[in-house]
Design a protein around this ligand. Structure first.
Ligand SMILES: [Zn+2]
Ligand SMILES: [Zn+2]
Ligand SMILES: [Zn+2]
Length: 321
């Protein structure tokens, strides 16, 4: 039971830090809330551990041993406990379904806040509190089979609930205003979910003019957290990369193609492979098919004067001979 108590206390202390409205305590709020989430996960692993060793699934190291009847069992050893990756693997083996996309986003925000944090970004903290709330509420209810409001106490629960509600309303308004702009390409429409203020890193970004204009790099945007005004061109690389980096990594690991590339026209990482088009300068592929064998050419092969890398290689061999 002590893990669960620690988890709840950590979240409560985090919310107290947050409610002080003292920016010096915001970082501590983020760390406490995040630590609380991890402790909730460990509580579940402890509950699932065998009765002879309730710490078995939480410890990094285990060793084989015998029980009183001489049966082979595993017991934990040492003090090191599982990290995020190991928790994910255990949960997946044990069929505990967690929305890891939400958790990873929270983890990323926590990382960013350690690096980007300024006194001007209380809203980024608010976003973390709002997003933690969903994770904490769902996990306590679904996997620990407890009532989150009772566990967390009224004060903490109300603060979480209100923060999440206010945030959701603002987020909705931002999404609506961005949808007024014609983003033309599906890849860009998807990437808008990852748009962030270049100054305070908040995701509460609004479109400034809302007359159904087609987007461009000078489409004006405004951060409603810190008030910074900027152009879409200032965030397009970040936005595409955040939106497609994980998918690109997965695709390439399985021998597939990257989903974004460096544009030969403007040298930014804004070439959208699915759209065969750069989001910034409208660059399109110069050579579509290999002059020699007719195979379709990728972005990387554009520098080969109209040949695919295979034919180019063959030509070089013939010339060398
Ligand atoms: Zn901002
Ligand atoms: Zn370009
Ligand atoms: Zn060829």
């Amino acid at each position: 039971m002590s893990l669960l108590i620690n988890a709840i206390e950590s979240i409560q202390v985090g919310i107290e830090d947050y409610l002080t409205n003292d920016s010096k305590r915001y970082l501590s709020a983020v760390r406490n809330i995040f630590a609380g989430v991890l402790l909730l996960y460990k509580e579940k692993l402890s509950q699932l551990s065998p009765s002879h060793d309730k710490g078995l699934l939480i410890k990094k190291d285990i060793k084989p041993s015998y029980d009183n009847e001489g049966n082979l069992i595993f017991v934990s050893k040492g003090r090191r406990t599982v990290d995020v990756q190991e928790i994910k693997e255990h949960f997946s083996s044990l069929n505990i379904k967690v929305d890891w996309k939400k958790f990873d986003e929270l983890n990323q925000l926590r990382n960013d806040i350690e690096h980007y944090y300024t006194d001007k970004s209380p809203d980024a903290i608010r976003e973390i509190v709002a997003k933690s709330f969903i994770i904490v509420r769902d996990f306590i209810g679904e996997h620990l089979k407890e009532q989150p409001r009772l566990l967390l106490g009224d004060k903490c629960w109300q603060a979480l609930l209100e923060t999440a509600d206010v945030y959701a309303v603002e987020e909705e308004a931002c999404i609506k205003s961005l949808e007024q702009i014609d983003w033309k390409y599906q890849t860009l429409k998807n990437a808008l979910r990852d748009i962030r203020c270049p100054s305070c890193h908040s995701s509460l970004v609004k479109g400034e003019d809302q007359d159904g204009d087609e987007y461009s790099i000078s489409t004006p945007l405004i951060c409603i957290s810190c008030g910074k005004e900027f152009d879409f061109g200032d965030v397009v690389e970040q936005c595409l990369s955040d939106s497609l980096a994980a998918e690109t990594y997965r695709a390439m690991k399985h021998g597939g193609e990257a989903l974004i590339g460096t544009c030969p026209g403007c040298c930014q990482d804004t070439y959208m492979v699915a759209e065969v088009q750069c989001a910034v300068c409208d660059y399109q592929l110069e050579y579509l098919e290999c002059d020699m064998c007719g195979t379709s050419l990728s972005l990387d092969e554009q520098s080969l004067d109209g040949f695919c890398s295979y034919c180019q290689h063959q030509c070089e061999r013939i010339m060398d001979e």
